[in-house]
Design a binder for this molecule. Structure first.
Ligand code: GLU
Length: 213
């Protein structure tokens, strides 16, 4: 199964069209289906009507697909996987405020360190979690080792656990972030090869970490 996964947050540009065409050609070569997944979980940035505009452009270029899926339709799976990761200790609740995070970021930069999550909420007690009045985001626990993978174009790539960091998988309103929803949906749809923009190379180790857990 191949997938083209545009976000309805802006106009489809030539780079997106290139990715769609490559997915279409490779799906034909491999005799596998191509699905279109509209990644619409960033409610604040979605633009009404962009999904239909994208599908219209794909139709204009005769890019055939077997199905159109809306990522928001899988919300309950994203949340269920989030709970499972929390229960297994592979994710944790984080109550740090935006101000605290920003201050930590500025301090890190001042000291010439790459901004990383401080680890403050990583080992909270059940009481700390239950009695906290604020709503938590859910963060992935830091990987214990580096993550490597083979990219067909770039070859062998390896990312240290420090670079992957304790990234957010569920926002305070418990909607999934891009990396989390994408990793789960690729698993659920049994995607065999991912063809996407090069700007997503640094997201790949995060998505592999989610899938491994
Ligand atoms: N929705 C992402 C984008 O439009 C692409 C995600 C992906 O292909 O993994 O950039």
């Amino acid at each position: 199964m191949l997938r083209f996964a545009p976000s309805p947050t802006g106009d489809m540009h030539i780079g997106n069209l290139r990715v769609a065409i490559l997915n279409f050609i490779v799906s034909k070569q491999r005799k596998e289906k191509l699905i279109i997944r509209i990644e619409d979980t960033d409610i604040e940035r979605n633009i009404p009507g962009k999904d239909l505009e994208i599908l219209e452009i794909l139709n204009k270029f005769n890019i055939e697909y077997s199905q159109v899926l809306y990522q928001s339709g899988n919300l309950k799976f994203h949340q269920q996987f989030g709970v499972m990761l929390l229960q297994n200790g592979d994710a944790f609740n984080c109550f740090c405020s935006e101000d605290d995070l920003e201050k930590h970021r500025e301090d890190s930069l001042k000291n010439n360190n790459a901004p990383r999550y401080s680890g403050k909420c990583e080992n909270l007690s059940i009481d700390d979690i239950i009695n906290n009045e604020n709503r938590a985001v859910v963060r992935m626990s830091k990987s214990l080792s580096s993550i490597s993978f083979n990219d067909i174009i770039r070859g062998y790539l390896e990312f240290s656990s420090d670079d992957i960091d304790s990234f957010i998988i569920l926002r305070r309103d418990k909607t999934p972030t891009y990396n989390f929803a994408c990793a789960i949906d690729d698993m659920l749809s049994d995607v065999s090869l991912i063809i996407r923009g090069e700007d997503h190379v640094s997201n790949t180790p995060k998505q592999i970490l989610i899938q491994k857990n």
